[in-house]
Design a protein around this ligand. Structure first.
Ligand SMILES: [Zn+2]
Length: 243
């Protein structure tokens, strides 16, 4: 049984090689997300020999507008990996034109993934969860993980009905709104993520070492031992990969 980190920005750390060593030593199954198609091969090469880390092809919604010319590169590389992310929509403080472009690109990516059935997607949905869930829909052929979900509980319920998973990070376990979200996720759909270095804990970026702390929080919420919670998350990840 291993720890699981389904959303980690390996390439944004100053010394990814020592981070890789740490992950291998601790045997943490990790999805190394990337933010643009042009940086994918950097992470692909870094993790080529890794037993525990898999590279994901991504196009971060906050970068889509400036980098829209990279969409063909994304589509071209789709066959290189089973893992997709970080992708999604961000309606934080973007202009209407920017949101429109994000939506167009996200729809294209989801459409391109639809011809496959073994992809695992880790998805950003800040302020945009309704559109994200609408665009993926109820009959998508791949596995969906909503990362750092902060939308309404009503839409969360719809995402559960659609079969989506949710990855929980350390800031979520600390904030009241995050705790409400965690309590609403059925235990058979919960996963863990560090989202380092974006997610922070006491001022420092979260590394994979955040995962055991998240498991401890889950154990308080579920009133189960950390060992049981670690096992729940591990089995969820196995099921996600195998069905
Ligand atoms: Zn992220």
């Amino acid at each position: 049984m291993h720890f699981i980190d389904t959303h980690f920005h390996l390439d944004l750390w100053a010394d990814p090689k020592s981070i890789i060593e740490e992950i291998e030593k601790n045997k943490i199954y990790t999805i190394a997300v990337t933010n643009t198609p042009s940086v994918f091969f950097h992470t692909y090469n870094l993790t080529e020999k890794s037993k525990y880390i898999r590279p994901a092809l991504g196009f971060h919604p906050e970068l889509v507008y400036q980098r829209k010319s990279e969409l063909p590169l994304f589509l071209e590389n789709l066959k290189k990996t089973r893992y997709i992310g970080e992708i999604g929509l961000d309606y934080g403080k973007q202009s209407t034109e920017n949101k429109k472009e994000q939506k167009r690109v996200f729809e294209k990516i989801i459409g391109a993934c639809s011809i496959h059935n073994d992809k695992v997607l880790t998805i950003h949905s800040r302020g945009s969860y309704k559109d994200v869930i609408d665009i993926i829909g109820n009959d998508f052929s791949n596995k969906v993980i909503l990362h750092w979900y902060s939308g309404s509980l009503k839409e969360l319920e719809r995402a559960v009905e659609y079969g989506f998973y949710f990855s929980v990070n350390l800031p979520m376990t600390i904030s009241l709104s995050g705790q409400k979200v965690i309590k609403s996720i059925p235990p058979q759909r919960v996963l863990t993520e560090s989202d380092g270095p974006f997610a922070k804990y006491r001022g420092s970026p979260c590394s994979s070492l955040a995962i055991p702390i998240i498991i401890n929080s889950l154990s308080q919420i579920y009133m189960e031992t950390p060992e049981v919670c670690k096992n729940i998350v591990y089995r969820n990840f196995k099921r996600l990969l195998n069905n």
